[in-house]
Design a protein around this ligand. Structure first.
Ligand SMILES: [Fe+2]
Ligand SMILES: [Fe+2]
Length: 471
C-alpha cells in the first residue's frame, strides 16, 4: 500500500515529499493552476460553501470524503491506483513483457501527445461550463455541476503530474500550455472539437456529461490498459470519479424526459412548450448534436495512429483481457466507406480499426442509457421514443466527415441535407426557447419546472438538503 499524504500542500500517494525537484516544480505550477481556476473556472460561487466529495485515498471503499468546501480550497491531489504486482503488457508487439515504469525513449513523443490530448479535455470542460452556475435548476444540480468541475480540475492535475514526473522540460512546458489554451478561442483553442463547442444551457450540460464524459470513460479505459504503468494507474483511479459525471448526465436527461412525459399527459395537444417543458423533438436534437460531436473524439475509422498505439502497447481496447487474441494481426473489421458517392463495405485490418472498435463499445453503452430514458416514456404510456442517430450523421472527422448523411445513415444530396437540417439539430429558435427556461432555482428542495426531482440526494441525504449555501 502506498501511503497517502493528505497534509501536504499537494495531497498525494506518490511520495512527492521524497522527490524534492518534482515537488518544487509542481508547487510552482500550483499557483498558476489556481489563477486559471479563478479566471476560467465557475464564475462567482467561489466563496460559497458547497457540499463536495474530495478524493482522499484509492481504496475501493471510502476513497472520498464529503463535506462543505469552498471551491478554491478544494484539495486537488495526485492519486494513482495501487500497482499490480508483476504487471505485464497485455497486447501488441511487446505483449507479455514487463510493463514500463519509465517512458521508453522510442515512445516518448507519442505518449506525451496522448497525455496532453487527454489532459487538455479536463480544463476545457470546466471552461465550457463556467456560466452554468447562474442558471442551475436546483441546489442539488448546482452542487453536481461544481463537483464535476473540481474533479475535472483534479484530472488535469493527474495528467500534469505525469508530464512533470516523466517528461522533463518538455513536460513542464506542456503543463503550462494546458493552462493557456482556452475552449472556443479562435487563436488558442483546446485540442479537440467537442471541447470547443459552447455549453450554453443545462440541456447541453446533461447531454455533454452523458455523451462527452462517456467518451472520456472509454479513452481512460483504453489508456488504463497501457504498457506505461503510471498512466494505467492514473487513469484507473480517474475512472472512479468519472462514473459520477456520467451519472449526472444520464440521470439529468432521464429527469427531463420524465418531466416531459408528465407534461405530455397533462396537455392534450401534446404541446409541452405551452406548459414550460422541453418537448421530445428538442431533446432528440440536442442528443443528436452531442452524440455526433462525441463520436468524433474517437478519431478516424481507419487510423494508422490507432494501429501504432496498439502495436506499441500504449493504448489497448476496452476490456482488453476479454478478447481471446491480443495481437490483432490476422483479423479484420468490416466497415462502410463512401466510394464514388456510394456506401460500400470493406474489410480493414483490425489494428487500423481500433478507434472504431472502441467507438462500438461506446455506442453500445450510450444505447443502454437511451433505452433507460425510453423506459420512462413507455411507463408513462407514451408512444414517442428517443434514439441514437447513425454513426455517420453530422460527423466532422473520419470517413463520413462533412458528408450529407441523415440520422438514419442514408446519404442525401447536400441541398436536401441543408433543407432538412432543422429537423435534426437545434435551431436558433430551439436555443432561444431553451435559453428562456434557464432561470435559477435557489431554494433548497425546489426545482425548475422543466426537469423532475431526483429520487435521492447525495451520499444518503435527501434532495431537500442545502447542497450549496448561498447566504
Ligand atoms: Fe475528466
Ligand atoms: Fe468527466
Amino acid at each position: 500500500m502506498s501511503t497517502v499524504d493528505l497534509t501536504a500542500r499537494i495531497p498525494n500517494n506518490v511520495d512527492l515529499a521524497e522527490d524534492k525537484r518534482l515537488l518544487r516544480a509542481l508547487e510552482q505550477w500550483q499557483p498558476n493552476y489556481l489563477d486559471w481556476w479563478m479566471q476560467m473556472g465557475p464564475t462567482d460561487f467561489q466563496t460559497r460553501d458547497i457540499y463536495l466529495r474530495t478524493a482522499i485515498s484509492v481504496d475501493a471503499e471510502g476513497w472520498a470524503h464529503f463535506d462543505y468546501v469552498k471551491m478554491p480550497d478544494y484539495r486537488w491531489g495526485i492519486f494513482l491506483a495501487e500497482p499490480v504486482a508483476d504487471r505485464r503488457i497485455g497486447f501488441g508487439d511487446a505483449m507479455g513483457q514487463p510493463s514500463w515504469s519509465v517512458v521508453p525513449g522510442e515512445h516518448r513523443n507519442v505518449l506525451r501527445r496522448l497525455i496532453v490530448t487527454q489532459g487538455d479535455t479536463e480544463p476545457a470542460s470546466v471552461e465550457q461550463q463556467r456560466m452554468l452556475g447562474h442558471t442551475a435548476p436546483s441546489l442539488y444540480d448546482l452542487r453536481n455541476l461544481f463537483q464535476v468541475n473540481v474533479e475535472e480540475g483534479r484530472h488535469l492535475w493527474a495528467m500534469v503530474y505525469l508530464l512533470h514526473r516523466h517528461f522533463g522540460r518538455d513536460g513542464r512546458e506542456e503543463a503550462e500550455e494546458l493552462l493557456q489554451r482556452r475552449s472556443g478561442s479562435p487563436d488558442k483553442p483546446r485540442i479537440l472539437g467537442a471541447f470547443n463547442a459552447p455549453i450554453e444551457n443545462w440541456l447541453d450540460f446533461f447531454m455533454f456529461t452523458m455523451f462527452t464524459d462517456r467518451d472520456g470513460k472509454y479513452q481512460l479505459l483504453a489508456l488504463a490498459e497501457s504498457g506505461f504503468d503510471p498512466l494505467a494507474r492514473t487513469t484507473r483511479f480517474m475512472l472512479t470519479e468519472e462514473a459520477h459525471h456520467m451519472f449526472v448526465g444520464e440521470s439529468g436527461v432521464e429527469r427531463i424526459v420524465q418531466r416531459t412525459a408528465e407534461l405530455m399527459k397533462q396537455e392534450t395537444n401534446g404541446d409541452v412548450r405551452a406548459l414550460g417543458g422541453i418537448d421530445l423533438p428538442t431533446i432528440q436534437k440536442y442528443l443528436n448534436l452531442w452524440f455526433a460531436l462525441s463520436l468524433d473524439l474517437f478519431g478516424g475509422e481507419i487510423s494508422s495512429n490507432a494501429a501504432s498505439f496498439f502495436a506499441a502497447g500504449l493504448k489497448g481496447r476496452y476490456k482488453e483481457e476479454s478478447y481471446p487474441d491480443h495481437l490483432a494481426l490476422d483479423q479484420s473489421y468490416r466497415m462502410s466507406v463512401l466510394e464514388d458517392g456510394r456506401v460500400t463495405e470493406v474489410e480493414v485490418p483490425l489494428r487500423n480499426s481500433m478507434n472504431e472498435v472502441l467507438r462500438d463499445a461506446y455506442v453500445e453503452d450510450c444505447q443502454r442509457g437511451v433505452d433507460r430514458w425510453n423506459k420512462r416514456l413507455q411507463e408513462a404510456g407514451l408512444e414517442g421514443r428517443l434514439s441514437l442517430p447513425s454513426k455517420r450523421f453530422y460527423r466532422h472527422i473520419g470517413l463520413y466527415a462533412e458528408q450529407p448523411f441523415d440520422v438514419d445513415g442514408r446519404l442525401l444530396g447536400k441541398p436536401e441535407w441543408e433543407r432538412r437540417r432543422d429537423e435534426w439539430l437545434p435551431t436558433e429558435a430551439d436555443r432561444a426557447y431553451i435559453a428562456s427556461l434557464q432561470k435559477p432555482v435557489r431554494e433548497a428542495g425546489k426545482i425548475a419546472n422543466w426537469i423532475g426531482k431526483p429520487p435521492r440526494g447525495i451520499k444518503g441525504l435527501p434532495f431537500e438538503y442545502e447542497y450549496v449555501r448561498l447566504d
